[in-house]
Design a protein around this ligand. Structure first.
Ligand code: AMP
Ligand code: ZN
Length: 472
C-alpha cells in the first residue's frame, strides 16, 4: 500500500512497525449534532482504507474516540464546549446529547456500509488516562500551569510545525478573527491540556484532578486513547484535513513529548466535501445529512459510490445533480450484474489477474475511481458469468456497495426473468432515451418510450436511475 503522507506530502510505502499488523487511529465525531455528509466522506474513505489494507492481507487494529467533552467552538482555547452548547440548544444533559448523536452517527455509518472500528471509546470514559498523560507532561517539563489551566509548552519542542504543507495562513486558524486569544498562554501556539478555569462556568461535566475540578482539552483525548489502545507506535492516523492543524499538530507534540520517541509514521487526510457555498460544516448547522438524502428518495449507497468516484486527496463538490449521476451509475451497474447468470463455478485462475489489477488500484494511494474502472472493465471482459459474479463479491469487500444484493433485488423486481441479450438491448434503449432527454430531444425520447412500450417494457424514473420490468 502506498499513501500520500501529510508529514512529507509524498506517496510512501506503508511499512508497519510490527510486520503484518497495521495500527490505525481515527478522530471520531464530536457528538453534538448529526454528522453531515462531509464528515461522512472522511469516515467513508477511512473505511475504504481499512478494508483495502485487509484486502491486501494486513491485520488491522483500529481505534476511534467519541468526542463528548472538551472540543471548543474555537481553536484558541477560549470558546464554549460544543457539547455544552448543543445540550443547551436541545434542552438535554450533555450525556443524553452524546448518547443520542453517537447512536445517530453509527446508524448513518451502517447505512453507508462504514464498518465500526474494533475499538470505539468515548472521551468521558478515559479521564484518568488523560490525567495520567498530563501529569507526565508536567513532570517532564513539557507543560505549565497558568491561570488555573494546564498548558502544553510548545517552546520545549525542537519541531512543532511538522506538517510539510503548513504555512502562516494555515497556522492563523488558531487565532481567527473574532476569537480572543487566551492571555494565560506563554506563546500563542501553546494549548490547553486541562481546564479548570474557563469563562463558561456552567461546564456541565467536570472531574477531580491534581489541578482542581475541571475537564480535558480536546487534543489530549486522541493521544491518550491511541497510546492506551494501540500502543506506543502508531502506523496510520486518519482525519479530515481541517484537523491537520491545530489538532493533529498538537497530538504529535504531546504524544512524542510523553513517549520520548517518534509516534505516528503516516498521516492520512481526507480533503473536504464542499457545496457550491464552500465547506460544509457542522457548526454552521449543515442540513446535508444521510436522512435528508433518504427523504429525497436516494439510496445512501449512491452517496458511497459518489465518494468512491473521486480521489480522497482532492476536494469534492457536492450537488444533487452529481448525486443523480452517481445514482444513475449505480442503477446501471446493478442492472448489469443482475443480468449475469447464476449457475456455474468461478474460474479462480482467470479471476486472479483481475484481483491483482484491482489491488494495484487500491494500493496506488487508495485510487477508488481506478478500482471502479477495473470493476467495469472486468464486467465488459469475456470472463464467464460465474467468474464475474465471484469477482463482484470479491471487489465488494472493499467497495461495500452491496452490489450482489442490489442486483438480486433488481432481478426480483424484473421477474419473470428476462434473457440477458434482451435485457442488454432494453438497457441500451433506456440509455439512448436518457441521452435524448439530456439533449432535450423530446420527440426522440418519446419515440423510444413508445418502442419500449410496444415491447411491454414499463419504465419508472427513480432517483437511483430508471428501473424497468416487462409487463406480465
Ligand atoms: P467533527 O465531528 O466536527 O469532530 O468532525 C468529524 C470528522 O469530519 C473530522 O475528521 C473532520 O476533519 C471531518 N470533516 C469535517 N468537515 C468535513 C467536510 N466538509 N468534508 C470532509 N470531512 C470533514
Ligand atoms: Zn483527534
Amino acid at each position: 500500500m502506498q499513501l500520500t503522507n501529510t508529514l512529507t506530502m509524498k506517496k510512501e510505502d506503508i511499512i508497519p512497525h510490527q510486520p503484518g499488523i497495521i495500527k490505525m487511529y481515527t478522530c471520531g465525531p464530536t457528538v453534538y449534532g448529526y454528522a453531515h455528509i462531509g464528515n461522512l466522506r472522511s469516515y467513508l474513505m477511512e473505511d475504504v482504507l481499512e478494508k483495502a489494507l485487509r484486502y491486501e492481507g494486513f491485520q488491522v487494529q483500529r481505534a476511534m474516540n467519541i468526542t463528548d467533552v472538551g472540543h471548543l467552538t474555537s481553536d484558541a482555547d477560549t470558546g464554549e464546549d460544543k457539547m455544552l452548547k448543543g445540550a443547551k440548544r436541545e434542552h438535554k444533559s450533555v450525556l443524553e446529547l452524546a448518547d443520542f448523536y453517537t447512536q445517530a452517527f453509527f446508524q448513518d455509518c451502517q447505512k453507508l456500509n462504514i464498518r465500526r472500528p474494533d475499538i470505539v471509546v468515548p472521551a468521558t470514559g478515559c479521564i484518568s488516562d488523560f490525567i495520567e498523560m498530563v501529569s507526565a507532561l508536567l513532570d517532564k517539563g513539557f507543560a505549565y500551569l497558568s491561570g488555573g489551566n494546564v498548558y502544553f509548552d510548545t517552546s520545549k519542542l525542537e519541531n512543532y510545525y511538522v506538517f510539510g504543507n503548513q504555512n502562516a495562513e494555515d497556522l492563523a486558524v488558531g487565532v481567527r478573527e473574532g476569537v480572543e486569544s487566551d492571555t494565560n498562554k506563554r506563546s500563542k501556539t501553546d494549548f490547553v491540556l486541562w481546564f479548570t478555569k474557563s469563562k463558561f462556568e456552567d461546564q456541565e461535566l467536570k472531574w477531580d484532578s491534581p489541578w482542581g475540578l475541571g475537564y480535558p482539552g480536546w487534543h489530549i483525548e486522541c493521544s491518550a486513547i491511541s497510546v492506551k489502545n494501540l500502543g506506543e507506535y502508531l502506523d496510520i492516523h486518519c482525519g479530515g484535513i481541517d484537523n491537520a492543524f491545530p489538532h493533529h499538530t498538537n497530538e504529535i507534540a504531546q504524544s512524542e513529548a510523553y513517549l520520548g520517541h517518534p509516534w505516528c509514521k503516516y498521516w492520512f487526510h481526507i480533503l473536504h466535501l464542499n457545496d457550491v457555498g464552500g465547506k460544509i460544516s457542522k457548526s454552521k448547522g449543515a442540513k446535508l445529512t444521510v436522512s435528508l438524502l433518504e427523504e429525497k428518495g436516494y439510496d445512501p449507497l449512491c452517496y458511497r459510490l459518489f465518494c468512491l468516484q473521486s480521489h480522497y486527496r482532492k476536494p469534492l463538490v457536492f450537488s444533487f445533480e452529481s448525486l443523480d449521476n452517481a445514482a444513475h451509475a449505480y442503477g446501471k451497474l446493478t442492472a448489469r450484474i443482475s443480468a449475469l447468470a447464476k449457475e456455474g463455478e468461478p474460474d479462480t485462475s482467470a479471476a486472479k489477474p483481475w484481483q491483482e489489477k484491482y489491488l494495484a488500484a487500491l494500493c496506488n494511494d487508495v485510487n477508488t475511481s481506478q478500482a471502479l474502472t477495473v470493476l467495469y472493465d472486468m464486467l465488459k471482459s469475456d470472463l464467464d458469468d460465474a467468474t464475474k459474479r465471484f469477482l463482484v463479491a470479491d471487489f465488494d469487500q472493499v467497495l461495500s456497495l452491496d452490489l450482489l444484493d442490489a442486483a438480486e433485488r433488481l432481478g426480483a423486481a424484473q421477474s419473470p426473468a428476462v434473457p440477458e441479450e434482451l435485457a442488454r438491448e432494453i438497457e441500451a434503449l433506456i440509455e439512448k432515451r436518457a441521452q435524448a432527454r439530456k439533449a432535450k430531444d423530446w420527440a426522440a425520447a418519446d419515440a423510444i418510450r413508445d418502442e419500449l412500450a410496444a415491447r411491454r417494457v414499463v419504465l419508472k424514473d427513480t432517483p437511483n436511475g430508471v428501473e424497468w420490468h416487462i409487463e406480465g
